[in-house]
Design a protein around this ligand. Sequence first.
Ligand code: UT7
Length: 332
Amino acid sequence: MEKRAAILGSGHYLPSRVVTNHDLAALFETSDEWIVQRSGIKERRFIERSGIGASDLAVPAAKMAVEQAGRELKDVDAILFATLSPDVNFPGSGCLLGDKLGLPGVPALDVRNQCSGFIYSLSVADAWVRAGVYRNVLIVGAEVHSTGLEFTDRGRDVAVLFGDGAGAVLVGEAHGDAGVRAIELHADGVGARDLWTEAPASMYTPRLTPEMFEEGRHYPRMNGKQVFRWATEKMPEVALSVLGRSGMTIAEVDLFVPHQANMRINQMVAARLGIAEDRVVHNIQRYGNTTAATIPIGISESWREGKIQPGSRVLMAAFGAGFTWAGAVAVF
Ligand code: UT7
């Protein structure tokens, strides 16, 4: 029988500092009412102090995932680190995480696919395990957004949406009925400028000028309406397509774990899929958009709440910067 890869364990970590919409309203012109109505977000977590990077948030999440999988850290033979907010420009956060976990020599690959980064990573881990390249692949999605947002009226449309956090899974050889059943990945650079952080940029000399700094081109900028339109079209499309590849129907899905960018997007996607609200994971109210971390955090919390059990059929879908979008179906 062909070898299959499965998600064997999961973990998550959120910094302790809770930042409410009211806290943000003290910094710039916004309100709890606007943020909740437009996005569903009530609060998010920010790192407690300067000096904490994505790889630091990843450490407890990774340990939790390895433990739930019944493995030890020394069993991890490859790391995939999905992030758009690496600790430093280079080297990748995967190398930093490997060092912090005490895994010298273990290969570490950073995946730069933003909100779709976790599903892209799952695709790589799935292929590695099935091909027998690596046995236990640690995937982490981790972000520190709070140090890179513009907390002013100019940046308020983006600043209210994002939070810090980390999620992780351990992928290894499947047993019984468990396993990743289908994955589908997409990208279209036509939307690159609709959601991006432009500078510092290696295509400019110098990479960052005082003028660019003044204009705030080192902050994330988003054409919210355009991203919203694409997300509500592409997420249901990729979810239904990957489901078709897996040979399952929506009625057979026990849990839908969508990327958490906006509660309204996920409600529209769920309605288009025709999936009942009680089978859809929402945690954006508490954490905001943690980008590459949203899906593994959703899996880890759901597993611990008993919403994921042995045999559970889980559908995932994501849309984000790039544009990139992706879907996956896995049996736990
Ligand atoms: O994971 C990455 C993918 N990202 C996404 O999927 C995000 C997709 N986009 C969205 O979720 C929505 O477009 C937003 C939540 C970002 C914005 O919602 P919207 O309904 O599209 O609002 P808008 O951009 O049309 O803004 C409406 C108004 C504007 O004022 P005027 O021009 O109508 O007077 C904005 O200036 O709201 C204003 N506004 C704010 N007001 C209070 C923008 N940001 C804020 C704010 N607080 N934080």
